[in-house]
Design a protein around this ligand. Sequence first.
Ligand SMILES: CC(C)(COP(=O)(O)OP(=O)(O)OC[C@H]1O[C@@H](n2cnc3c(N)ncnc32)[C@H](O)[C@@H]1OP(=O)(O)O)[C@@H](O)C(=O)NCCC(=O)NCCS
Length: 224
Amino acid sequence: MEPCRGSSSASPMNATPLRLDSGFVAPSLAIMTIGWLFESACGAAVSKPPYSILMNRVMMRGVVNTSFRVRPMSPNDFGELEGIIDTSFSWFVRSLALHSVREQRRVLISEAQGTVVGFVKLTNVQVGSGKFGRIQWIAVHPQFRRQGIATALVNAGFESLTRAEAKAVFATVRRLNTASLTVFGSQGFRKIGFLELWRLFGLRIFEFYREIWLAPWILVLMHD
Ligand SMILES: CC(C)(COP(=O)(O)OP(=O)(O)OC[C@H]1O[C@@H](n2cnc3c(N)ncnc32)[C@H](O)[C@@H]1OP(=O)(O)O)[C@@H](O)C(=O)NCCC(=O)NCCS
């Protein structure tokens, strides 16, 4: 599991550097040049769709990696976030995710090419007098996946929560969600079972379970 690409120290307001796959730089530049020539020759209105489609294909194959930055959500981002939620979550959790980001508090978004391409929603978890944090939702637009965007969001979320004095940060992930487990695992999160949680919280473990969703198919991850 590799560290965040060029963004492990990403603070929410910092731009994350470009990552280019050197083997594909030349073809990508060629495609961009052809797109630009095509646009110049035919006029932007005509040429934009084929050029965008080409670029989308290139990005979907992971040939070009996008420059992105992580920043706090603003009210104008909600529409684009809705699109990401629609394409990322099953119907029965979509409305919960939408509700959670609608209040706009503690949502970091990842922006690339002037578009919102991913988000992370953070919450506080209070157990007794202990203050903890939780990464509650994370998703990246399908066209922008496998470019380190979720990794950067997890990092930025963890930093933000620990700066706000969370003793540890939790996440809950479906056992079969390999993508998410890999992203969290690569950033220092580890599985934590009942016994370890019991050692951490004692009888207050039930307060913790009240804060998170627990089911047999869900794993609890922790980063301290
Ligand atoms: C999970 C998710 C947020 C990952 O976003 P991402 O931006 O593609 O993740 P990253 O690019 O940071 O991935 C980092 C590493 O995680 C692993 N990974 C990511 N997606 C993977 C996948 N689909 N299958 C296997 N490994 C994957 C890879 O090791 C990847 O590194 P690599 O691209 O160099 O191989 C994204 O797939 C998503 O939005 N899924 C739907 C919503 C969801 O499941 N949210 C999590 C709920 S807990």
